[in-house]
Design a protein around this ligand. Structure first.
Ligand code: NAP
Length: 332
């Protein structure tokens, strides 16, 4: 059985290009004792992939040169030497950017295609959904009546953050690029307001839409937007550092917040999060989120691109703001 794969060929300086990748077609490995063979149907495209391409210590090991690129994925079990999984099961796992994966089943779990389309298990019912749920509720600690601001508001994590904040009774203001995305978060997702950072002043927008200041800021982008929000925070504000996509392709040092003394003045807190820290509690979160989806309180949107050959360009869509919702790549 043929397996198509993308390997990391070299480490990028700045924006990744095709030269950083090697496409390979090879025979798929044998399914060993305790292992399963999976036909990968969708892979998740994540901003974090850019970090995994770098050398050096992070919250997870970098992908080694010559290795298949790491990716969360969903697919169907083709062969099984495991008691836990049967042929035909649909499963989630860290299967990588390849069409056929052989897995020792570590970190693999079944998903139910009758409850939700497969790609949704990479979005709201998967890692981005968990990031939003735990990042907001455990670290942002929103209270009813407070003002929550979220950047990357039309994206996989940001869209869920804003909707959960609404469920919790907060005023929610999103920051996103372009009129379409801003219209979507207000009209479809129910945010109270949105600021189009590509065409408006974020400072002016925050002043207008957050008349009582900002109690929680869920930061997906870092850079100038983080600095702007810091000027509007309230006493005891909580700033959740989820990501800093504006900085991931920098060729110079990451731009830190110049306005950090606002934390001192306001006795505020800025705290980083890593979704995997909550892995033991994913089940409870998924149950609550599934309930919200059923009640129509939580909406999901996936952006599906096709063809493993297009992986390098599809990944770059995240950094150009060309994805609208959770970006996934479908394999034939
Ligand atoms: P996403 O928001 O679906 O897609 C990325 C979006 O970032 C783009 O659509 C674009 O939206 C925005 N963007 C790109 N370049 C930007 C820039 N220079 N300035 C401002 N916005 C920019 O991606 P996601 O998967 O939900 O991830 C969002 C963030 O969460 C990322 O920073 C990611 O690293 C982080 N994350 C962290 C964890 C964790 O455990 N800490 C887990 C998952 C994700 P616009 O069109 O609106 O610009």
């Amino acid at each position: 059985m043929k397996n198509k794969q993308w390997l990391l060929a070299s480490r990028p300086h700045g924006e990744p290009t095709r030269e950083n990748w090697e496409f390979k077609e090879t025979d798929s490995a044998e399914t060993g004792a305790g292992q399963i063979k999976v036909k990968v149907e969708y892979i998740s495209l994540d901003p974090a992939m850019r970090g995994w391409m770098n050398e050096g210590k992070s919250y997870i090991e970098p992908v080694q040169l010559g290795d298949v690129m790491r990716a969360g994925a969903v697919g169907e079990v083709l062969e099984s030497n495991s008691d836990e999984f049967a042929v035909g099961d649909k499963v989630y796992g860290n299967f990588g950017v390849q069409t056929i994966a052989v897995s020792d089943t570590k970190g693999v779990h079944k998903v139910d295609p009758a409850l939700a389309p497969l790609e949704r298990y990479l979005g709201v019912l998967g890692m981005p959904g968990m990031t939003a749920y735990f990042g907001l509720l455990k670290t942002g600690l929103p209270e009813a009546g407070e003002t929550v601001v979220v950047s990357g508001a039309a994206g996989a994590v940001g869209g869920v953050v804003g909707q959960i904040a609404k469920i919790k009774g907060c005023r929610v203001v999103g920051i996103a690029g372009g009129a379409d995305k801003c219209g979507y978060v207000v009209n479809e997702l129910g945010f109270d307001a949105a600021i189009d950072y590509k065409n408006e002043s974020v400072h002016a927008g925050l002043k207008e839409h957050c008349p009582d200041g900002v109690d929680v800021y869920f930061d997906n982008v870092g850079g100038d937007i983080l600095d702007a929000v810091l000027t509007r925070i309230n006493l005891k504000a909580r700033i959740v550092i989820c990501g800093a996509i504006s900085q991931y392709n920098n060729t110079s040092a990451v731009k830190g917040p110049a306005n950090y003394l606002s934390l001192l003045v306001n006795r505020a807190r800025m705290e980083g999060i890593v979704v995997f820290d909550n892995a033991r509690h994913y089940g409870e979160a998924a149950k609550e989120m599934a309930g919200w989806i059923q009640q129509g309180k939580l909406k999901a949107k996936e952006h599906v691109e096709s063809g493993i050959e297009n992986f390098p360009e599809t990944l770059m869509m995240l950094f150009k703001g060309e994805n609208f919702g959770k970006l996934v790549l479908k394999f034939d």
